[in-house]
Design a protein around this ligand. Structure first.
Ligand SMILES: Cc1cc2nc3c(=O)[nH]c(=O)nc-3n(C[C@H](O)[C@H](O)[C@H](O)COP(=O)(O)O)c2cc1C
Length: 449
């Protein structure tokens, strides 16, 4: 039997996430993102399928780079409208016992003291099922909405993120001793003040005396995800991430990324094998290959080209309306998602034209698409582990909740026959289920503060 693979559902508390236009497919339920029962059903289904977590993307601002206008994004529901993901967690946790919740929060637009408190609270109310997807954000419109003059430069956003995490680690790991809470009714002592310390953090961006306002939650630090793929982003991920979300269109590019990241992790004094890799993937399946191919054709017909170009223009910070469909995407050092730019330029031997990128990215943006019977899908997923060395996948949605249901009802039984996904959850917390340990590894910078 092989080691089981890990799976997350990659979704967003919005109509559309990374498959623009697919909300128009007859029967699609994407518009129910405002309905609590939609999400509780998603949580139940994910847990039935043995998934690690429901992984929520989140952005601030509106995609307004394409044609220098926000109208295409608003018309096509490109990640707008969207609600805050963290607010869904208590409802989803209430109807499940094991599945985790990965919450994307930006280190550019929140304060570490506030965020540490919010995530500790969520980790308490879910009994230790929270992950933090650390992002630095990329849309200019987000910065403006938050009263800033503009977006901070790409690499400086990561400098701030490093300091942000240093504050969080001290609050989560270093402020309260394990036995600080004594709950001694006779003495009237709830917490022993000797065991709660200030953190006295003074940095370039933040000044936080502490101590943390929350008592230690089951995981203390939530499971840490990161997706940086620029040089600076990789350095940040190699130092801080426990699991990395890879977004490269091919196996070869993903393999190079994994090798590079393991080397970087080792250079930070971490065990390179302790870092887990999760490529984004789109799975389109049906009872047979023919049914899956028919679905693929239908989905493709519903993709909004305008919506996809609006999304990609935001990722790249490049107005693709200024280029003809047959013109190549030329590499620039973008201030937005350098990793998305590289995916279509330096990380791939082929030259991508705007038209090809729009067709490819319509289903899942920068991730590969697998179309086939459940057995074919399982073969392909297995080959990713054998050929590329990945640990699992973030499943990108096309239809809602169809992508998840098809995966759980059709592919999971085949994976279970092959021992490639858990039958049940053996452990309690998300970190135990994903990484086999309850706390951050000893050599992780969060334990070194
Ligand atoms: C797979 C993937 C998922 C991402 N998800 C989000 C997200 O949900 N919200 C967000 O603000 N940024 C997201 N980002 C962008 C990152 O926050 C970051 O701004 C971006 O990756 C720039 O870093 P890079 O140039 O190192 O790739 C994502 C990036 C990637 C590659």
């Amino acid at each position: 039997m092989s080691e089981p693979l890990h799976f997350n559902l990659f979704t967003m508390n919005s109509v559309e996430h990374v498959s623009p236009g697919t909300w128009t497919i007859p029967g699609d339920q994407s518009h129910r993102y405002t309905d609590r029962e939609y999400w509780t059903e998603v949580a139940r289904t994910a847990e039935r399928g043995g998934l690690d977590a429901i992984f929520f993307a989140d952005v601030r601002g509106i995609y307004d780079v394409y044609g220098d206008s926000r109208d295409p994004a608003i018309r096509r529901a490109i990640q707008t409208p969207s609600n805050a993901p963290q607010a869904l967690v208590p409802a989803m946790a209430e109807v499940t016992d094991h599945v985790g919740f990965a919450i994307t929060r930006s280190t550019s637009y929140t304060h570490p003291y506030q965020l540490a408190r919010e995530l500790s609270t969520l980790d308490h109310v879910t009994d230790g099922r929270i992950a933090f997807n650390i992002v630095t954000s990329y849309l200019e419109s987000a910065a403006e909405n938050l009263g800033l003059e503009g977006r901070v430069d790409h690499d400086e956003r990561y400098d701030r993120a490093d300091e942000f995490m240093a504050v969080c680690y001290r609050l989560w790991e270093g402020s309260w001793e394990d036995d600080a809470v004594v709950r001694d009714r006779e003495a009237g002592t709830y917490t022993d003040p000797e065991k709660v310390s200030a953190i006295d953090f003074e940095g370039e961006y933040f000044s936080v005396p502490g101590p943390h306002g929350c008592e230690p939650s089951p995981q203390r630090t939530p499971v840490l995800y990161q997706a940086g793929s620029s040089d600076r982003g990789r350095e940040f991920a190699a130092r801080n991430a426990e699991a990395v979300f890879v977004s490269q269109p091919t196996k070869a590019a993903t393999r190079d990324y994994v090798t590079d990241m393991r080397e970087r992790a080792a250079s930070h004094g971490r065990d390179p094998d302790s870092l887990k890799f999760f490529p984004g993937i789109v799975v389109i399946t049906g009872e047979s290959e023919a049914i899956a191919r028919e679905k693929y054709e239908t989905y493709t017909e519903h993709v909004s080209v305008e919506g996809t170009l609006s999304l990609l223009s935001g990722f790249l910070d490049m107005d693709l309306s200024e280029l003809e469909a047959d013109q190549p995407i030329e590499h620039i050092e973008t201030e937005a998602i350098q990793g998305a730019m590289n995916a279509f330029t330096t990380n791939d031997e082929r030259e991508w034209t705007v038209g090809e990128a729009a067709r490819f990215a319509g289903l899942g943006s920068t991730s590969p698409v697998i179309v086939g019977s459940p057995e074919q899908v399982a073969d392909e997923l297995e080959s990713w582990r054998e050929e590329v060395g990945v640990d699992g996948f973030n499943l990108k949605e096309v239809t809602r909740p169809g992508t998840l249901r098809n995966f759980v009802d059709l592919v999971v039984p085949v994976l279970r026959e092959r021992g490639l996904i858990r039958e049940s959850y053996e452990r309690e917390t998300l970190r135990e289920n994903v990484l086999g340990r309850r706390r951050l590894a000893d050599e992780h910078p969060g334990r070194q503060m």
